[in-house]
Design a protein around this ligand. Structure first.
Ligand code: CO
Length: 139
């Protein structure tokens, strides 16, 4: 009999991995790990090309910058290739953002924006999430 949680994280929606060239990583995910390749898309607002692999209910996203001023380019310069962000699917993103903000978490998106998949998303600032860039989605 605990108190009711104000919001609930349902699952890991996707993990974003920053890469310099998608082609250099396709073999590993598709042919070595045998993940199902879902195809790719370009998200022009984020200046990024995305290759997607399905793993259970989650997706691995390889993120390649399409422009030197892409956020992914900045990440690659600072940190090199590797995990860029984690996206948790949440039951109620508006409630979650209000609650997190109350607890002092800084929000990159104060209000949810519509992401590439047409669902509401919001990023939490890594300075207040112990160094991990966290994305919330409500799908
Ligand atoms: Co994402």
């Amino acid at each position: 009999m605990g108190t009711k949680k104000p919001f609930e994280l349902k699952r890991i929606d996707h993990i974003g991995i920053a890469v310099r060239k998608i082609e250099e990583h396709l073999d590993f995910y598709r042919d070595v790990l045998h993940m199902e390749y879902l195809g790719e898309k370009v998200v022009s607002s984020q200046k990024v090309r995305v290759a997607m692999f399905k793993i259970g209910e989650s997706v691995i996203e390889l993120l390649e910058p399409t422009n030197p001023d892409s956020p992914i380019s900045n990440f690659l310069v600072k940190r090199g290739e590797g995990i860029h962000h984690l996206c948790y699917d949440v039951d109620d993103i508006h409630t979650a953002l209000a609650e997190l903000s109350n607890k002092g978490i800084s929000l990159i998106n104060e209000k949810p924006v519509i992401g590439a998949k047409g669902v509401k998303i919001s990023f939490l600032h890594p300075k207040s999430t112990k160094g991990i860039l966290v994305e919330l989605s409500e799908s």
